[in-house]
Design a protein around this ligand. Structure first.
Ligand SMILES: Nc1nc2c(ncn2[C@@H]2O[C@H](COP(=O)(O)OP(=O)(O)OP(=O)(O)O)[C@@H](O)[C@H]2O)c(=O)[nH]1
Ligand SMILES: [Mg+2]
Length: 250
């Protein structure tokens, strides 16, 4: 008799366990729905889309010319010093891309750093840095300082293409010369910034230089790829512009 009672008790306990587990299911489903909705809302409304390619470089390097060529293959751009951004939306295979031509004027540098390289950094998918290859030997240090700051301020997180423009001019340096000269300049900037910092407050200079200042700088020390291309934006053929366009829409 006792053993029958025991079996009955066991069965009752099992049924209670099962019914307890069943009441947990709606709670689990509710939690899942709340988490799913929160993730969906975040992705849809708050996450910034990584869809912008920023064109920058010293004034007169040919940024607006390249921007116009990308907009319209056979355009003959009439450009003058830009004082504000040119923005263009591109539709590539159903995806919206934004191309921003940021003026090279020195007084707008702070705005470039604060807006694009910090606040809007998470929207950047690439930076196209344009160099005037004809005036490069005279302005190598200025070009290097500007590019160095762009790489540093963007936390080295954005892929960079360096467009060595104005290849049609006699004095133009090749992309190879520009590449190696900039490497040497970056080594010098690393060293001078690191010793300047060590001389002032003794703070950790490694975080404020692009790479380890004890080594020669090479492009492959950066975490994101840096590519070089030769181009001519002002003539009809637009030599090299197709490579730039492909890199932008890739
Ligand atoms: N020869 C030659 N001239 C070029 C080339 N690309 C641009 N230029 C000329 O260089 C000048 C400056 O070009 P822009 O495109 O206005 O330069 P930018 O970089 O936009 O200059 P900012 O707006 O001041 O920052 C213009 O007179 C262009 O016609 C090129 O490939 N070859
Ligand atoms: Mg311009």
């Amino acid at each position: 008799m006792d053993s029958k009672k025991q079996v009955l008790n066991d069965k009752v306990e099992k049924v209670e366990d099962v019914s307890q587990n069943l009441t947990l299911i709606p709670i689990a489903v509710a939690i899942f729905i709340v988490i799913f909705t929160a993730v969906f809302i975040y992705l849809k409304f708050f996450r910034k889309t990584v869809n912008t390619v920023l064109i920058c470089g010293l004034s007169d390097s040919g940024k607006t010319c390249i921007f116009s060529k990308i907009a319209k293959k056979n355009s003959k751009p009439m450009t003058y010093t830009s004082l504000q951004e040119n923005v263009m939306e591109l539709n590539v295979k159903g995806n919206n891309l934004k191309l921003v031509d940021f003026p090279g004027a020195e007084r707008l540098r702070k705005q470039l750093v604060e807006k694009w390289l910090n606040a809007e950094r998470s929207t950047l998918r690439g930076i196209l840095f344009v160099v005037d290859s004809a005036s490069f030997s005279k302005r190598a240090r200025d070009v290097a300082e500007f590019l160095y700051d762009i790489a540093l301020e963007s936390a080295k997180m954005i892929p960079i293409m360096i467009a060595c423009n104005k290849q049609d001019l006699d004095l133009a340096k090749t992309d190879l010369v520009i590449r190696t000269t900039l490497e040497k300049e970056f080594t010098l900037i690393n060293r001078s910034r690191s010793s300047a910092l060590a001389g002032t407050d003794g703070s950790d200079s490694k975080r404020t230089t692009l790479t380890d200042s004890d080594e020669q700088f090479t492009w492959n020390q950066l975490p994101k790829p840096v590519e070089f291309v030769s181009c001519t934006a002002s003539d009809d053929t637009g030599e090299g512009i197709e490579i730039v366009r492909k890199w932008i829409i890739q």
